[in-house]
Structures are given as structure tokens and as C-alpha cells.
Design a protein. Sequence first.
Length: 274
Amino acid sequence: MRKNTLFIALFLIAILTGGCASNKELLRVQDDIDQIKAQVSELERKDDAVERELERLDYELTKQIEAIKRSQADTLVKIDTLTTEFQILSEKLDDTNFRISSLSQQVAGLQLSRPPLPQYTEQQAGQPPETTEAPRTAEETPSTPQSLYNTAYADYLRGDYDLAINGFQEFLRLFADSELADNAQYWIGECYYSQGKFMQAVKEFDKVIINFPQADKLPAAHLKKALSYFELNQIGQAVIQLQQLIKEFPTSNEARIAREKLESLGLSPPPQRG
């Protein structure tokens, strides 16, 4: 009987002892689970922070890329402007070389037509020669179209814009049918543009477009008219002028500059004609 009682007691103690061990194990596992949950929450928090930082960096990078694109567009416009100015200087150099050649021919002609010097006797030595002809006045001096044009152009090159304007206007008054008439009208516009008188420049470039529809300066007149409108902050008129330039002279260098200018403004140039 005592053995049965002892056996039952030991069995009960074993069951109770095993139950305590199971509870401790459950508590330890629960604690591990809580720690893992805390670590997961911390990782999620850090992941959110990393994602926000990536979004911020992406935004900053996008802004920098846009700024670089705008800077590149401005640089292209400046390059095109310099290219146009270089072309203008090349034209000035060609005109200057032409003028030098004309003057050289005039000097050679004068040397050939110069009368021989009078011979003096010993009695006449030291005495001034007699003058039989009065000097010619400015009104009596004949002016050819080329010489008048060259003089006005030389004034433009020196920066004497008022004198150049007067000279080109006089050229147009006297030689309106000359093949240089469209050039003279164009350079009047350039004179006003160089003086910063952009509204007057618009009017003068417009005269090239209206009065000389076949002029070789027509694309340049369109472009400088548009640039004058930009200087006047009349962006709408400038854009219209650039679009007209592209439509009428799509293969010209000025049209290429106009396309790049429109693209720098975020505008699409008109499609080329088929």
C-alpha cells in the first residue's frame, strides 16, 4: 500500500515538475518572439527612412538634371548667337576686302590718269605753280553706288552707326534699284540693333522682308527681327517670327538657330514641309 502511495506521489511530482518546465519554455519562446517583432519593427522603420531618403535624392537628382538641360539649352543658344555673329563678321570681312580691292583699283586708275608734273625753269624755281583749276566741291565729286555703299559700311564697322544709317539711307534714295539695296536696308536694321533701338530695328528688318522678298538677307532679317522682339520682351511676337522663319526657310542656318531657340523655351518647332 505504501509502495502504491509513493508511486502515485512520485508520478504527481513528475507531472507537476514537467508542467513547470513547459511553462518556462513557453515564456522563453514568447520572449524570443517579442524580441523578433521588435527587431522587425525597427527594420521596417529604418526601411521607411531609407525609402524617404531615396525619394529625396531622386527629387534632387531630377532637379539637377533639369537645371543641366536648361543650362545646355542656354549654351546652345549662345553658341548659335556666336555663330551668327561670326558669319556677320565674315560678311563684314568680305565686304572690307572688296572695298580694299575697289580702292586699290581706284588708286591705280588715278595714278594712270595723273597729268605729268609741270617743268620749271631756273627762273621759276622756288615759285609756286600757277593753279588753273579750282578744287572740286563735294557736290561736284561723283559717287558710284559701290563707293557710297562702302563708305556707309565702313562707318558701321567703326561703330559710327548714325553716319552709317545716313549713308545707307542716302544709298537707297539714289540707288534703290541696285543689287546692294537689300543689303543696305538690312544694315540699317543692324545699326539700330547695335544701338539698342530694338523697336526701330524691327521696323527696318521688316522693310527687308516686305520690300525685298528675294533678298539673300531675308532669313537673317527674320532672325534679327525675332531677336529684337526678345529684347523688347515681346515673347509671343518673337516666337511667331521664329516659326515663320522655319516655315519659309527650313534649310537655312538661321532656321536651325530658330529651332534651337524654340526648344530652349520648351516649344516645339513647326514641322518641315514635305
